[in-house]
Design a protein around this ligand. Structure first.
Ligand SMILES: [Zn+2]
Length: 306
């Protein structure tokens, strides 16, 4: 890629808040350091590290210590998968403080991605596995441990991320988060119904849409969290565009969700996604809002300690 490659202008000042470039069980396209350098070359402002195996704020702090001068704010957080400590107050509290000094701890605390009933059922996991997964009961009553975690997140002014729950569960979680004073809320909305997305953004939460689900990476079995390989169903940009419009450009966030060996490195994946959005009729201002303004506001880009 060079500066004249189509779509490079979209990347200037952009924030890709969802990459998987931390160490993994399977191959990665780039390391955290390489992803940071590539983001800097493209003129990007922020890079979010997501890791299904542990809290990524340490990797982010390390990248900032080594490459912070390049001008990309690298940030991390915890996905509360079982191997990362599970959905526990202790895992969340530790992540929020884990870094190289004040301001370098987790910027987000996420419910599980794969260890949810919603995803585990889709993956055809065993009844014994399902028994241990996270879910919000039909009553909509959010489990007490999550309420305690929400309070910690609100106090730290961090992002509460609903993980890969169903649309119904995400609505219940953001409404509860709002009631408890969590002002930064993130959902992963690519597979949610439009009315669920409207209910989510009505609370002030953000709805994120990622490139991964549009790609060939959905067509093969991939190791996401353990020895099992799973395939997910893909979407087309035509499936996704009305959902993004339901979220509105003020509340939608777009991200690459790249890092897996099968896809181009995050910066290139993000460029392709933004061009795809443009081809679907999203205007420059809308793309700027969803790829730069909104993720920067949500994750407090610019707030890192010097
Ligand atoms: Zn992801």
């Amino acid at each position: 890629m060079n500066r004249s490659t189509p779509g490079m202008a979209y990347l200037r000042g952009a924030v890709d808040c969802h990459t998987h470039v931390c160490p993994h069980l399977n191959g990665r396209s780039v390391t955290v350091f390489e992803a940071t350098r590539q983001a800097a070359e493209a003129g990007m402002r922020g890079l979010g590290l997501m890791d299904n195996f542990g809290n990524s704020s340490g990797f982010a702090a390390l990248a900032m210590a080594e490459l912070g001068h390049l001008g990309v704010e690298v940030f991390g957080g915890i996905i509360m998968q079982p191997v990362a400590g599970g959905v526990t107050v202790e895992a969340a509290r530790t992540a929020l403080g884990y870094g190289y000094g004040p301001g370098t701890g987790a910027r987000f605390v996420s419910l599980p991605t794969h260890h949810t009933r919603h995803v585990a059922e889709r993956e055809g996991r065993s009844p014994a596995y399902l028994e241990t997964t996270f879910s919000v009961p039909r009553s909509g009553k959010v489990p007490d441990v999550v309420l305690a975690i929400m309070d910690l997140v609100a106090e730290a002014n961090a992002v509460f991320d609903c993980g890969h729950v169903s649309g119904r569960e995400a609505v219940a979680l953001v409404e509860e988060g709002r009631r408890r004073g969590v002002t930064r809320l993130r959902t992963h909305a690519a597979r949610y119904a439009e009315d669920e997305i409207r209910a989510i953004v009505a609370t002030g939460a953000y709805a994120e849409f990622s490139f991964f689900v549009l790609t060939h990476a959905t067509q093969v079995g991939l190791t996401h969290v353990d020895q099992e390989k799973h395939r997910s169903s893909g979407l087309t940009i035509q499936d996704m565009a009305p959902k993004i419009r339901a979220a509105t450009a003020e509340r939608a966030i777009v991200s690459s969700d790249a890092g897996v060996f099968l896809l181009p490195p995050p910066v290139e994946a993000f460029r392709e996604f933004l061009l795809l959005l443009a081809s679907e009729g999203f205007g420059d201002d809308e793309i700027r809002s969803m790829s730069a303004v909104n993720p920067a506001a949500l994750f407090r880009i610019g707030s890192a300690a010097p």
